[in-house]
Design a protein around this ligand. Structure first.
Ligand code: URA
Length: 235
């Protein structure tokens, strides 16, 4: 591939502009400055630097939804050798990583992508996207407990933002709750339920904004649709 085409594909600049950069002596191939556009390079073998920075081909962006099972961690590697969520994604060559975290004992909707911009935006604390969870908790929260959950609770010395909580079903010694929060603090739902004295027994994330897990089975994954990707980018 000609060097200026390679540079354009790497997102450095247009081909014309790349030719200029080459003439200005800003481009190195395998440690040697080149000044003539047109040189052919092998994208897999040659090391190309522009302004002293290595460039590489942009990989295709992929967006995946996984129904995370219990027992998997959302880091890329685990020092305790536990199973990681990317073990579940087969046949995808791009290096994808999880968007945010789910606890090892939480199931449900997890996004994985190689789109760093989107990950940054979705996980930034200023982002208000609502995450919806179904929680099975011990006991049945009373009105006062529900209200304090809604108004915000002190966890780890800091008050949580307003939240949504509704009892979907209640039994003698446990209840099923619909919980929606837009923050992403560590083990936040568990800590909030603990703070109202109804510890979580089971936790599943079912939606991120309007993106829903639907009937995707535990351990299964699928690519997001164009509309879903456009929606996430609009957030
Ligand atoms: N809140 C939790 O406590 N755990 C999760 O995995 C996600 C939100």
């Amino acid at each position: 591939m000609r060097i200026q085409k390679f540079m354009a594909k790497c997102g450095v600049a247009s081909r014309r502009k790349s030719e200029e950069l080459i003439r200005q002596g800003l481009v190195e191939v395998n440690g040697q400055v080149i000044t003539e556009p047109g040189l052919k390079i092998d994208p897999d073998k040659d090391l190309v630097k522009v302004n002293n920075k290595k460039i590489k081909l942009e990989s295709k962006k992929v967006y995946i939804m996984l129904n995370k099972p219990l027992g998997y961690v959302t880091s890329l590697k685990d020092e305790k050798n536990r199973r990681v969520v990317t073990d579940l994604i087969d046949g995808v060559r791009e290096r994808i990583y999880p968007v945010g975290r789910l606890d090892i004992d939480t199931t449900g909707l997890l996004l994985l992508t190689n789109d760093g911009d989107l990950t940054y935006r979705l996980t930034h604390p200023s982002n208000e996207v609502v995450k919806r969870y179904i929680a099975v908790v011990e006991g049945v929260p009373n009105k006062r407990e529900l209200e304090s959950f809604r108004q915000g609770l002190l966890i780890d010395g800091k008050k949580t933002a307003k939240a949504y909580i509704k009892i979907l079903r209640s039994f003698e010694d446990e209840s099923i709750l619909d919980i929606r929060i837009h923050e992403g603090r560590n083990r936040q739902v568990r800590k909030m339920c603990e703070a109202i004295n109804h510890p979580v027994k089971k936790l599943k994330r079912v939606a991120i904004g309007e993106l829903e897990l639907g009937d995707l089975h535990v351990g299964n994954w699928r690519f997001l649709t164009e509309e879903e990707i456009a929606y996430l980018k609009s957030l």
